[in-house]
Design a protein around this ligand. Sequence first.
Ligand code: PEP
Ligand code: MN
Length: 264
Amino acid sequence: KLASREYKPEDTVINIDNLSLGGHDLQVMAGPCAVESKEQLLEVAHLVKNAGAKILRGGAYKPRSSPYSFQGLEEIGLKYLARAREETGLYIVTEVMDTQKVDLVSYYADVLQIGARNMQNFPLLRAAAKSGKPVLLKRGLSATIEEWILSAEYILKEGNSQVILCERGIRTFETYTRNTLDLSAVPVIKYLTHLPVIVDPSHGTGKWRWVQPMAQAAVAAGADGLIIEVHPNPSEALSDGPQSLTPENFNKLMNSLKPIAQAV
Ligand code: PEP
Ligand code: MN
């Protein structure tokens, strides 16, 4: 298997221009769940950059449980992301949900995100792989580690070796948290594969209060990066407000990671 340590013993390092993910540096991706307006996005982009993030997240196409919920700004959202990159130098990660949108999203994005709901959308995995962009593959809501690695295999098999795995919590019987963040997946993935693995404590917990401690734990467990939802005003967010950090709390989180990252 192409993802395995037997096939490739050394860690894969993803290069986005001169930024590397999967090497020694811990990379933090941060930004709103959804791109809501130019003002919202640019404000949060500058804030997360000043706090030390190198990659800006933000969905322009949103996979919402309800068809009546905000679905994203689509191509306009992609243009705002490109504008934020120009202004800040942050790289862009954003979700692609549809094979027919892969070319468009890859035109604007530096990293293509495959959402948890699409982890086993095999035609989408193949199309995203063919874009040649790095692919951030989120773990499916009820996917085993084995199934998740096999999905990465679909991308690798197309000749794209730039795959980043993202643990974002799985469905369990627990309801206090939105999902159960499976941090044991981090050392397991690092043992079984050569791919970088990052953690999303925002979707992993669903509540902002638990984001910082789980981000710290993820770094201690050996994660290569984090993806964190930050909103200038979480109570007014169009999606995932309850799990979004204020800029102030994001700053605190970033400062809390430094001693842990140095220790691992
Ligand atoms: C997101 O990153 O906003 C998102 C929808 O994540 P997931 O696919 O993990 O639910
Ligand atoms: Mn979200």
